[in-house]
Design a protein around this ligand. Structure first.
Ligand SMILES: Cc1cc2nc3c(=O)[nH]c(=O)nc-3n(C[C@H](O)[C@H](O)[C@H](O)COP(=O)(O)OP(=O)(O)OC[C@H]3O[C@@H](n4cnc5c(N)ncnc54)[C@H](O)[C@@H]3O)c2cc1C
Length: 557
C-alpha cells in the first residue's frame, strides 16, 4: 500500500527544507513527506494524488505566502481530501488570522514559527493529529479504477476483461455522482476532452487511458501480450478448460509451452456462476475459481500465457507458424487448437444496437450487482441460462427466463431444473422469444412473442442476458484444417472416409485420435467436431492430447 502523505507548503525554501527534514526524520517510515513552494504548486500535487487514489493524512501549510495564502490553499485542498488533518504555520503577527481560520478552513492546529526544537513544539501536535487520523482512516483502493457510465458498451467490455483476467479494479459509475463524493471529485479533476472520452481507466501511477482497446488495457494491466521466445515445442490457442489442461500436462511433462488467449483464461467455463458437476468439488465451484486455480497451476509448471488473438496459421516443413493480431509470429512444432465456441447472436431489431448497454451475451457476472432490485430477463433454456438465472436471482427483484421450447427437460440438467423451480423470484416463460429490444441509449423494454397465443407483449426491462447456443469461430483456420459445415474441426477417425486418409496426408499412419488433417495440429474441447460440450470432457481431451503430441514430436526431425 502506498504510504499516506504529509504535505508541507512554504514559500521560504529554507523553512520548507527544514520542516520536510523534521517530518521525515520522525514519520518517514510510515508516511511519504512531500513539499511544495507555493499554494498553486501544492494544489497541483493534491490533484495528482487524488487521481492516483493516494491519501493525504496531514497538511502543514504556511499562512503568509504571496499569491495564495495558506488558508486559501487549504480551503481548496480539503475539498479533495476532507479527512486530512490541517496545521497552519504562522508568525506571531498572524495569530489572529490563524484563529479565524480555525472556523473558515477547519484548521485543527496552528504552530508558531520557529518550531524548534521539534520534539517539543512540532512532534507532539503532529503525533496527536495523526493518531486521530489513523483511527478513522478508511483504507484506500490501490488498483486500477474505471470511471464511466453503466450503460456504455466500452465500460462493460473493460470491466468484463479486467474481472475475467482477475485484475482487481474499482468501478466508479458517473451516474452515482450525486450521492458519491469520490466519483464527483474525480469527475471534477478531468479535463473537458477526458470527460467526453469516458470510460477512462486510471492506473495506480496516475496515468489515464481514454477508452483503451483491450490490447492496450492488457499491456497496462501487466498482462503479457508478447511471446518471450521465437519457438515453442507446443503452442496452444485458447485458454478454456481444454487449453488449460493441455498447458498443464504439456509443461509438466517438459514441453516448452505457450498458451494464447484473446479474452481471459477460463473460456466459457470462466463465465459459469457455479459448476456443480465437475469431479472432486461436491459443493460446486465458480468458473472464475476453476480458471484462477488452473492458471496458477499452469504458471507453476512454466507455461507462458499470452493475452492475444491468433489470426493465422502457416506451415513450413516441421514448423507450424502462428500469427497474432498484434503482428507477431511465433513458431512451434505442435499446435493445439482449443478455441471452444462463442455465443450465437440473437437476431431481433434493436438487439445489436443495445448490446453492451443493457443487453449482454452470456451471464456477464460484472453486471450482476447493478441488477439489484430490478427485473432481469434471461434468454435460453440450457444449463448456462439456468445457472445465470440462479445467479441473478440473488441480486435482481425478479428473473424471467424466456424459453423457446415448451419444456426444459431436453436441454437442462435435472438438478438445475429443481433449483429453478424452488427459487421464488424466478419465473419461466415457455414458448417465448424476444421480438424486439427498445431503448434510446440503453435497454428500456423488450417485446416478447408467445408462440402459443401468437401475441406480442412489450414489458419494461433494463437487463437482458442472451444464452442461445454457440458456434465455433474457426474461419481463420479455414484453409488449413478440415471443418464441418458449422465450422467444427474434424479430427482422428472423422477424417478417414471410405477407408481413405485425408487429402494431402503423407504419413504412413492414420491421423491420431485428436489430430487434424495436418500432422502436428491437434484439436480439443468444444471446437472439435463430435465433442461432448462439458468442462470435464474438455479437460480430459486437453490432457490426453499431450500423449499424442509426444508421439508426434518423437518423429519430428
Ligand atoms: C455459462 C456457462 C455455464 C456452463 N456450465 C457448465 C457446467 O456446469 N458443467 C459443465 O460441464 N460444462 C458447463 N459449461 C460448458 C463448458 O464451459 C464448456 O464445455 C467448456 O468451457 C469448453 O471448454 P473449451 O476449452 O473447449 O472451450 P472454451 O471454454 O470455449 O474456451 C475457448 C477459449 O478460446 C479463446 N479463443 C477463441 N478463439 C481464439 C483465438 N483466435 N485466439 C486466442 N484465443 C481464442 C476464447 O476466448 C476462449 O477463452 C458451461 C458453459 C457456459 C457458457
Amino acid at each position: 500500500m502506498a504510504k499516506p502523505v504529509l504535505l508541507t507548503v512554504d514559500d521560504d525554501r529554507e523553512v520548507l527544507r527544514a520542516i520536510e527534514r523534521d517530518l521525515r526524520r520522525k514519520y518517514g517510515s510510515d508516511y511519504r513527506v512531500l513539499r511544495a513552494g507555493s499554494g498553486p504548486e501544492a494544489l497541483e500535487i493534491v490533484r495528482e494524488l487524488k487521481i492516483r487514489n493516494n491519501t493525504i493524512a496531514l497538511f502543514l501549510i504556511d499562512q503568509r505566502m504571496p499569491g495564495m495564502s495558506g488558508v486559501e490553499c487549504l480551503s481548496q485542498a480539503i475539498t479533495l481530501f476532507p479527512d486530512a488533518k490541517r496545521v497552519l504555520l504562522t508568525a506571531y503577527a498572524d495569530t489572529d488570522a490563524a484563529i479565524a481560520a480555525i472556523n473558515d478552513a477547519g484548521i485543527n492546529h496552528y504552530l508558531l514559527k520557529p518550531w524548534d526544537p521539534p520534539e517539543e513544539n512540532l512532534y507532539p501536535v503532529v503525533d496527536e493529529l495523526l493518531e486521530d487520523w489513523e483511527a478513522a482512516f478508511p483504507p484506500q483502493f490501490e488498483g486500477i479504477r474505471v470511471l464511466g457510465n453503466r450503460w456504455s458498451p466500452v465500460s462493460h467490455s473493460i470491466k468484463d476483461f479486467l474481472a475475467r483476467n482477475h485484475v482487481p479494479y474499482q468501478w466508479l459509475d458517473i451516474e452515482t455522482a450525486a450521492s458519491d463524493s469520490e466519483v464527483r471529485s474525480l469527475i471534477g479533476l478531468l479535463d473537458e476532452e477526458e470527460t467526453r472520452s469516458l470510460p477512462i481507466v486510471i492506473l495506480p501511477n496516475g496515468e489515464r487511458l481514454k477508452q483503451p482497446s483491450l490490447v492496450d488495457l492488457a499491456e497496462h494491466a501487466g498482462l503479457k501480450t508478447r511471446a518471450t521466445e521465437a519457438f515453442y515445442d507446443l503452442a496452444i490457442v485458447g485458454g478454456g478448460p481444454a487449453g488449460l489442461a493441455a498447458a498443464v500436462y504439456g509443461a509438466s511433462e517438459g514441453l516448452r509451452t505457450v498458451m494464447i488467449e484473446r479474452e481471459a483464461p477460463g473460456g466459457q467455463a470462466g463465465m459459469s456462476s457455479r459448476i456443480e458437476n465437475y469431479l472432486g468439488f461436491p459443493t460446486g465451484l465458480t468458473g472464475a475459481d476453476l480458471a484462477r486455480r488452473a492458471v496458477v497451476q499452469a504458471r507453476r509448471f512454466g507455461v507462458e500465457i499470452i493475452s492475444a488473438e491468433a489470426t493465422e496459421v502457416r506451415i513450413d516443413g516441421p514448423y507450424r507458424l502462428l500469427k497474432l493480431a498484434n503482428g507477431e509470429e511465433l513458431s512451434c512444432h505442435a499446435l493445439l487448437v482449443a478455441t471452444g465456441v462463442q455465443w450465437r447472436k440473437l437476431d431481433a431489431p434493436g438487439v445489436e444496437r443495445l448490446t453492451g448497454a443493457g443487453i449482454y451475451y452470456g451471464a456477464a457476472m460484472t453486471e450482476a450487482m447493478s441488477t439489484k432490485g430490478e427485473d432481469v430477463y434471461v434468454v435460453g433454456g440450457a444449463n448456462s441460462a439456468g445457472q445465470a438465472a440462479m445467479h441473478f436471482s440473488r441480486y435482481a427483484r425478479r428473473v424471467v427466463m424466456l424459453v423457446r421450447g415448451s419444456s426444459l427437460n431436453a436441454s437442462m440438467s435435472q438438478y438445475l431444473i429443481n433449483q429453478l423451480k424452488a427459487t421464488p423470484n424466478i419465473q419461466i416463460e415457455f414458448n417465448s422469444s424476444v421480438a424486439e429490444a427498445h431503448g434510446e441509449n440503453h435497454l428500456e423494454a423488450i417485446s416478447i412473442h408467445c408462440a402459443e397465443t401468437n401475441e406480442v407483449n412489450k414489458v419494461p426491462a433494463s437487463a437482458l442476458f442472451i444464452m442461445i447456443g454457440a458456434a465455433p469461430n474457426t474461419d481463420w483456420l479455414a484453409n488449413i484444417v478440415e471443418r464441418d459445415e458449422r465450422g467444427f474441426i474434424y479430427s482422428g477417425p472423422h477424417l478417414t472416409r471410405d477407408g481413405k486418409r485425408p487429402n494431402g496426408w503423407k504419413l504412413d499412419r492414420e491421423p491420431g485420435l485428436l489430430e487434424t488433417n495436418v500432422p502436428g495440429i491437434f484439436v480439443v474441447g468444444d471446437v472439435r467436431h463430435g465433442s461432448v460440450k462439458r468442462v470435464a470432457s474438455g479437460v480430459g481431451e486437453g490432457s490426453v492430447a499431450i500423449s499424442f503430441v509426444h508421439q508426434y514430436l518423437s518423429k519430428v526431425v
